[in-house]
Design a protein around this ligand. Structure first.
Ligand SMILES: Nc1ncnc2c1ncn2[C@@H]1O[C@H](COP(=O)(O)OP(=O)(O)O)[C@@H](O)[C@H]1O
Ligand SMILES: [Mg+2]
Length: 270
């Protein structure tokens, strides 16, 4: 397990500007000194984190530590008071809303609790971003909707009402909606929370499958340690507004760091 300073320093060096990388960046997502407060309460207090292209990184942390806020910052739904948020090398913090819309095309977010539009059919939920962000005709939209529903293992549900689906199926629809465009970065906010064990397993398989098929960079927020160990290349612990530790599943399981151990033991029973 690495301490935050050496991990962040190493990640920063790898992801640094002027690195000479052919594509101009080394990190898919990089947060530098990010500060975010609400009503005078600092939630993120100078957070540094670099996530490599194609990496699957899990963010863990207690309730209310700012995990959902972190995802909303990455997709540009919130702005920090200080710091930089680089997506594929571009700092999105100074961007006006019009340009943020363009950035959001490459980032899919699976919201905590799925957040489907219950007034729209499953098919229209999945089609939402395609209608919003592209000029595709109706036939192309329908074909793409079928394609992504197929990718998440759902078929013949397009006409259905989301309210009539099980929690596990709703989650799959939420994932299908997030990948419709398709994204280069996929963010999942507590994708297994509230699901029964067989659906937890299916969602985990889906996340792993999409990582393989789409080659996306994924960030997964979860309380579920068992799932985290399965889907992650690395795990990061958010604590007191900063990334307190980052490591591979092996490093996390072998660590003697009391903060990590306490957190993991506290999470074993979910
Ligand atoms: N839009 C908002 N307005 C005010 N406070 C917020 C807002 N979003 C989040 N917060 C506060 O920020 C803190 C972190 O929230 P959140 O990121 O949702 O936590 P979690 O780690 O459980 O996902 C909480 O104290 C929450 O009340
Ligand atoms: Mg949350």
């Amino acid at each position: 397990m690495r301490t935050p300073s050496d991990v962040v320093a190493a990640a920063g060096a790898r992801a640094g500007s002027g690195s000479g990388a052919e594509d101009g960046y080394r990190a898919a997502i990089e947060l530098r000194g990010v500060v975010k407060s609400f009503d005078g309460h600092a939630v993120l207090r100078g957070l540094d984190l670099a996530i490599r292209p194609g990496e699957s990184l899990t963010i863990m942390g207690g309730s209310g530590t700012g995990k959902s806020v972190l995802l909303r910052l990455i997709i540009g739904l919130l702005k920090p008071e200080a710091g930089q948020i680089l997506l594929e090398g571009q700092d999105i913090v100074p961007l006006p809303e019009r340009e943020l819309l363009r950035v959001r095309r490459k980032v899919g977010l699976v919201f905590q609790g799925s957040a489907l539009f219950d007034s729209l059919s499953v098919g229209e939920n999945v089609a939402y971003a395609l209608r919003e962000h592209t000029e595709r005709d109706e036939a192309a939209i329908r074909a793409r909707v079928r394609e992504v529903l197929d990718l998440v293992g759902l078929n013949a549900v397009e006409q259905m009402d989301p309210a009539g689906l099980s929690g596990g199926m709703r989650k799959r629809v939420a994932v299908a909606r997030a990948i419709a465009l398709p994204p280069r970065i996929l963010l999942y906010d507590e994708p297994t929370t509230g699901l029964d064990p067989s659906n937890v397993e299916k969602v985990i398989e889906l996340i792993l499958d999409l990582k393989g098929k789409l080659g996306v960079t994924s960030v997964v927020v979860t309380h579920d340690m068992a799932s985290a160990l399965k889907v992650s290349d690395r795990l990061a612990l958010l604590h007191e507004g900063r990334i307190a530790a980052v490591g591979t599943p092996e490093e996390v399981q072998a660590t003697h760091d009391s903060l990590i151990r306490d957190f993991m033991i506290g999470r074993v029973e979910g």
